[in-house]
Ligand binder design. Structure first.
Ligand SMILES: Cc1ncc(COP(=O)(O)O)c(C=O)c1O
Length: 289
């Protein structure tokens, strides 16, 4: 694998060492931009329409427009994967910032040219069959968590606190209710055996993996519900999982050092990870997207 991989920047495919952005870019100055992370299984883009719809919402949520149609984004990602020779499991990272502004100013004119950057990298194998540890922390983020903004300082500080305490993820608590992880959505299996995840609103990122899990639960007739999860319900859960495009479905086996359920990945997780693996196989065979 090349240590100077080809990336995409503002219309050009070039080695990453040559990809340069102005220090006056509002992404650098203000964290003013949005991003997407899209897995590709054997080169086939995972749930691409869902990722692109979320991208559209993120862009309109911060008032950026680009000239790209969905088809053009797909061509860009496919070309990038091919140029990188990534035929196994990989992920495309796309970042769009508001662009370069001659003078540093919080307010912005409408006619800036967005900076568009994309890179692709191999996806590390994911299954964490032993489960991982997590802690709960106050959700200190802003009020537009449904936008996939590059402004990730709160998420980075929260995740780092979890890592400092030997854990993999921080589960965030807002007004007594769990919202999501620092870089993941949250699922629990409650005392009654129902799979729960918080509803999609401005307090959570509408995860593409999350939506697929709900679809798989419906197809396979697992009881599930979108519902607020109080801190008490979280701590009484039989199973706790966090989900994301790159890590898929990760079972949490301790929360604030308390054992979750029986301390090992639970039976509903075992089922769901098998359904998920089956879905990925269908993507590889080109049967679903
Ligand atoms: C805060 C947050 N929530 C949820 C997710 C999961 O979203 P997806 O499944 O689309 O990767 C992410 C992924 O990065 C995230 O950063």
């Amino acid at each position: 694998m090349s240590d100077d991989p080809i990336v995409f920047l503002n219309g050009d495919y070039l080695p990453i060492s040559q990809a340069q952005v102005s220090v006056l870019d509002r992404g650098f100055m203000f964290g003013d931009g949005v991003y997407e992370v899209i897995p590709a299984y054997t080169g086939k883009l995972f749930r691409i329409e869902e990722h692109l719809k979320r991208l559209d919402n993120s862009l309109s949520g911060i008032r950026i427009t680009t000239a790209y149609s969905h088809q053009q984004w797909i061509e860009l990602f496919t070309t990038l994967l091919a140029k990188r020779g990534l035929t196994g499991d990989s992920a495309v990272y796309l970042q769009i910032t508001r662009g370069v502004q001659a003078k540093r100013d919080h307010s912005f004119p409408d006619d800036l040219t967005p900076t568009i950057f994309a890179m692709a990298s191999p996806l590390a194998p994911t299954t964490v069959s032993d489960g991982v540890d997590a802690i709960t922390l106050d959700d200190i983020r802003w009020a537009y968590c449904h936008i996939k903004a590059i402004t990730l300082l709160p998420n980075a500080l929260l995740r780092q606190q979890a890592v400092d305490r030997g854990c993999n993820e921080a589960i965030l608590i807002k007004d007594g209710y769990a919202t999501e992880g620092a870089a993941s959505n949250l699922f629990i299996v409650d005392k009654e055996g129902t799979l729960l995840t918080p509803p999609k609103d401005h307090t959570v990122l509408p995860g593409v993996t999350r939506d697929l899990i709900l679809e798989l639960a419906a197809i396979h007739q697992l009881p599930y519900r979108e519902a607020q999860i109080s801190e008490q319900t979280l701590f009484e859960a039989k199973e706790v999982w966090v989900t994301s495009s790159t890590k898929e479905i990760v079972p949490i086996v301790t929360l604030n050092q308390h054992t979750v359920g029986s301390g090992v990945p639970g039976p509903i997780w075992q089922k769901m990870i098998a359904f998920f693996a089956d879905y990925k196989e269908q993507i590889r065979r080109g049967e679903v997207q």
